[in-house]
Design a protein around this ligand. Structure first.
Ligand SMILES: Cc1ncc(C[n+]2csc(CCOP(=O)(O)OP(=O)(O)O)c2C)c(N)n1
Length: 318
């Protein structure tokens, strides 16, 4: 688990450097969110459950089994990018073999998709659980409320995970909703909403495990709100200095989930300086190698630019 949190962090740093070098046009940093992403995703079953992440979810898709190489293929828009063959915006994650459903650019559209997929799973009496991740801003969208309402009515096997970093780009939470906890909204749809410290990886895992068990037992959906923070701008195109103070960001960094988790492991005698350095070197090596290989991978054929744009014009369209 710690390795995944660290991989998500180092991958982010590497991707941002590629952006600043002019090689990656657009990246979405996850820094600060890795704890709740890996913690919640850890309770999911690879190859069985269905994942509907949002654009900031590098830690979720890594936990689902996407490799750093595959993630860089997307960032560099290469032909073998599993999300879209290099044809969608980066971070619109999709991976057919891993059960990751690609998202659309309007926020919260993955939420009714998740409810619909969960309905199909219940209808067919299958064992899978569906999870959908999103930010606090997405909970202002109509799609979000429709998805939760439908899931509550039909007691569907789905978990909704809010990564509340308190901003929708530049709009603070206080301008998005008149309540402190997004989790309160679950009551309106007839199922539990829980608040968890999003910087505490294990607490996020515990909340998700319970929700996942509930879903599998036919007890219906859960909304989990992870209180977190994003340390960097909304995307590589955003200057967050225009809407929040450096003091606020600095304060949040004291609760960095990577640091908190590392300290916990040290306190349990599971990590020391040598082990931490070795792990960092190992993960860094893996990321450098993935990055170089993805950079050298083939670009999509120009003639494929219109594939998947119109329904039914391709044998692959299903
Ligand atoms: C329906 C819709 N409205 C607005 C946007 C523009 N937009 C893109 S990301 C974003 C902020 C979303 O914030 P949040 O859900 O809190 O996630 P975060 O980026 O903070 O992780 C907005 C408003 C959009 N993509 N779709």
């Amino acid at each position: 688990m710690f390795r995944l949190v660290l991989t998500a962090r180092l991958l982010d740093e590497a991707a941002l450097r590629q952006n600043r070098m002019g090689r990656a046009p657009f990246v979405v940093p996850a820094e600060g969110h890795e704890g709740c992403q890996v913690g919640t995703a850890w309770a999911m079953r690879r190859g069985i459950d269905v994942w509907l992440p949002y654009y900031r979810d590098g830690g979720v898709v890594l936990t689902a089994g996407m490799t750093p190489y595959e993630i860089f293929l997307g960032i560099f828009a290469k032909a073998d990018d599993p999300s879209s063959g290099g044809r969608q915006m980066p971070s619109h994650w999709g991976h057919r073999a891993l059960g990751i459903i690609t998202g659309s650019s309007p926020i919260a559209t993955q939420v009714p998709h998740a409810a619909g997929i969960a309905y199909a799973i219940k209808y067919r009496n299958e064992d899978a659980v569906v999870a959908s991740w999103f930010g606090d801003g997405a909970t202002s969208a109509g799609d979000w409320h429709e998805g939760l309402n439908f899931a509550g009515i039909h007691r569907l096997p789905v978990v909704f995970v809010c990564e509340n970093n308190h901003y929708a780009i530049s709009v603070p939470q206080s301008k998005q909703m008149a309540i402190d906890d997004v989790a309160d909204r679950a009551a309106g749809y007839g199922f539990p909403g829980v608040v968890v410290d999003g910087n505490d990886v294990l607490a996020c895992y515990a909340a998700m495990k319970e929700a996942h068990d509930r879903a599998r037992a036919g007890e219906g959906p859960t909304l989990i709100e992870c209180k977190t923070y994003r340390f960097l701008g909304h995307t590589s195109d955003d200057d967050d200095k225009t809407y929040r103070s450096r003091d606020e960001v600095e304060e949040a960094r004291h609760h960095d989930p990577l640091h908190v988790f590392g300290e916990y492991l040290r306190s349990q005698g599971l990590l020391d300086d040598v082990g931490a350095e070795e792990l960092r070197g190992d993960v860094k090596g893996e990321i450098d190698e993935a990055l170089a290989a993805a950079w050298d991978a083939s670009d999509p054929e120009p003639t494929s630019a219109l594939r998947h744009v119109f329904a039914g014009d391709d044998e692959d369209d299903r």
